[in-house]
Design a protein. Sequence first.
Length: 321
Amino acid sequence: MSGERTARAVVPCRACLSGEDLDWLGGRSVSLALDLTTVVETVPGPAAPAAAGGWPGQVWGFLRGRIPGLGPNPPVLDVHSDAPAASGLSSSTALIVALFQAYTDAFAPSPGIPVATLAQWAYEFEFAHFNGGGMDHLAVIEGDALLLEGRPTGLPAVLERRAFPDDWAVVVVDSATRKDTSDHIRVVRAQLAGRDPALAAYLKEADQASADVWEAMGAGDLDGLGDAMGRAHNAMRDHQGMSTPVLEDLREAALRSAGLRLKLSGAGGGGALVGVCRAADQEPIATALRQALGELRPAARVLTTRAAAGAAARSANGEAR
């Protein structure tokens, strides 16, 4: 493989504050990039055939059809992620985007691959596997907060973007129950084809919740944001069965012990819940949550994080090399 450069891609994960599935069903959704990052770094030297499997090998195979001169096997990689896996925080998309960015930074001819092309390629790659939407790819590449308008195919339209308030922070509760969405999109597509009234009710309520989340964020209204995120969660639970008894117990415990309203992030059951609080209150809230959840569900983890710039901004600032 000619022209190899050492490359390091740093990609955030994302929380969905409202509008799961609306990125492909149609309607508005709100994403927020979180500073729980996935890092992929290429290691110079001969490629190891054993490295050709899994996402690294499949992304490499996808790129071989688009970038001339790539060899049969990808380079050796160092990979690290702060985001809990199978949690609804888009850790798999973060890994896939990081692979695309690291590979193209290392091997694509100058001047490299435009960010918009990387987003489209990453979306096409995942769509072929899961038949889902493109919120996650835009969220981790663009960063900060995005108000999106969904489309049946292709990346959603970015209606607006804004920086998250500096004095707000995010608390993540990893329930220690893995989210499994392997059958979720097929089921929802069947609902859509059958004009299921439960899906129609969900679409209406989730779309309005997204508009209210965005308005509250712009106004710096933390109480309004928590209320709108709560309504988004309730729509997920009541109309689409996306929550579980474990998640509901965790939500009740968080509200009772720390006054924090939590919302499930990502479609399907299990995974992580997210809440927004004042940055000054983040650590006391996390401490109270760890104590309360340690008694209720010892395997659950409480993570503190902030909003993050996307992969594109990190690369432009020199963080990805």
